[in-house]
Ligand binder design. Sequence first.
Ligand code: GLU
Length: 324
Amino acid sequence: MALRVRAAMEAISLAMADQTDRGEVAFYIPELATSDPQNFAMSVSLASGEQISVGTSDTAFSIQSISKIFTLAIALGRFGDGFWRRVGREPSTMAFNSIQELEIRKGRPANPFVNAGAITTTDMILAGSTPAECIGEILQFVRLAASDDEIFVNPAVAASETATGHKNWALAHVLTAFGNLEHPCEMTLGVYFHQCAIAMTCAQLARCGRFLAGFDAEQDLVAAKHVRSINALMMTCGHYNGSGEFAYRVGIPSKSGVGGGILAIVPHVASIAVWSPGLDRDGNSLLGIQALELLSESMGWSLFQGATSSLDNPLVSNRSRTCR
Ligand code: GLU
C-alpha cells in the first residue's frame, strides 16, 4: 500500500503547487498572519509504521484547534461519560467562536471542538493542577502519542493570542456567567492559548494521530470506546460549519486548526496530517481539504465508500466478506 500512497501523494503535491487560490491566513491572531500560504505539506502514517511525507513536512506550524482532540482525549479518560454534562456533542450552527450560540445554548457549548466547548474541556482537565502542570500534561500526551519528545509550545503564538483573543475572553466570561467555568478566566484561557500554540511538523502530527487510527493499542493512551467517541465528533464537528461538506467530499473523521493544519483518520488504515496555512471561509485549510479529497478519492478511503471500492481498506474488505 505504501507505494500507492506515495504515488498519490506526489501527484497531489504537484497539483497543490499549481494552485493560485490558496485561501487567507488567520489574520486575527497576529503571530499567524505572517505564515506563508505557499507552504504545503502532507504526511501519512500507516499501520505498518511506514511514514510517507511530501512538501515542507519538517516545518513546524501552530496546531491550534487540532489540540482540542488531545484535551478531549484527556478529559474523556478522566471523566468518562460525566464529561458530557458540561459539553454537548452536536454540530454547531454558527461560527466556531460564536458568543450568540453559547448564549442560546445557555452556557453548555454545542461540542468540544467549537472554542467555547474546548475552553470548557480545558477548564475540566485543569482541576487539581496548576496551569503550568496542565500544559505539561497536554504536552506529555502529544509527545507520547507521537513518540517524540521534540514537541513544544511556541510562546510567541501563545502571547499573541493572549493579547488579542478577545472573543475567547468573552466566551470564557459567558461560560462563567452560566456557571460552566470553574477556574478564573485567566487560568483556563492561559492553558487554552498555550495548547493552541503547540507547534508540530506534519510528520509529528501524523504520528500523533496513530492512537485514533487504532494503531499501537499497547500504548494504552486512550480506551477504545473513547477513540470511537473522538472519531465520531471529528466526523460530525471537526470542520465547524464546513463539517457536512467535508464528510461529503472526503468522508473520514478529521479536525482542522486555523494554523492551516488538519489531522485526518482512516480507522485501522492511516493517520494523515496536512498543512497549508491559507483558510477557506469556514476557517479550514483550503488546500488541506482539496488534498485530502484527492487522497481519499484515489485510495478509496471514504468511510462512506461502497463495498467494492478498495481492498486496501480493511473496513471495506471486512464488510464485503460479511456480506457474501
Ligand atoms: N486558537 C484559535 C482560537 O481560539 C483556535 C481556533 C481554530 O484553530 O479553529 O480562535
